[in-house]
Design a protein. Structure first.
Length: 135
């Protein structure tokens, strides 16, 4: 599996479910758009504590998030019997993108590091002095 870091929009509301082993999980689609290209779609799977975190931070349809995880190309059989390839991501970490106006951002500020981290806006990024490279 490959590691991936992606920015995108959640395509539908999250519906937590329970596996046969009584473990919580959730599956949702994420759309990534790069410039004028066709959007890319990923199927994201979260398990255990990440499900509780997604729910607590109220990630929902339309939320703009970043995420990291393990990516794998898999064959998926559709209802009509045809097989298509899909990119699946097993979620490792996530956070809201800057400018996200939701109750989750306010909760992030209340809960500190326990909540999803928000990427710093470009004006907050600090670039210190650098040593010159040897010739």
């Amino acid at each position: 599996m490959a590691q991936i870091h992606v920015f995108g929009r959640v395509m539908h509301d999250l519906i937590p479910k329970e596996s046969q082993l009584k473990q919580p999980y959730v599956c949702f689609d994420l759309m990534e758009r790069s410039g004028g290209e066709q959007p890319g779609f990923y199927q994201v799977w979260a398990r255990g504590d990440q499900v509780a975190r997604l729910t607590r931070l109220k990630v929902k349809k339309g939320s703009m998030i970043w995420l990291t995880g393990s990516q794998k190309l898999v064959d998926v059989q559709q209802k009509d019997g045809t097989t298509v390839k899909k990119l699946k991501i097993w979620l490792t970490d996530f956070g809201f993108l800057p400018g996200q106006s939701s109750r989750a951002k306010a909760e992030h500020e209340q809960h500190g590091s326990d909540a999803a981290a928000t990427a710093p806006s470009p004006s907050e990024v600090m670039d210190g002095d650098r040593e010159s490279l040897p010739e």
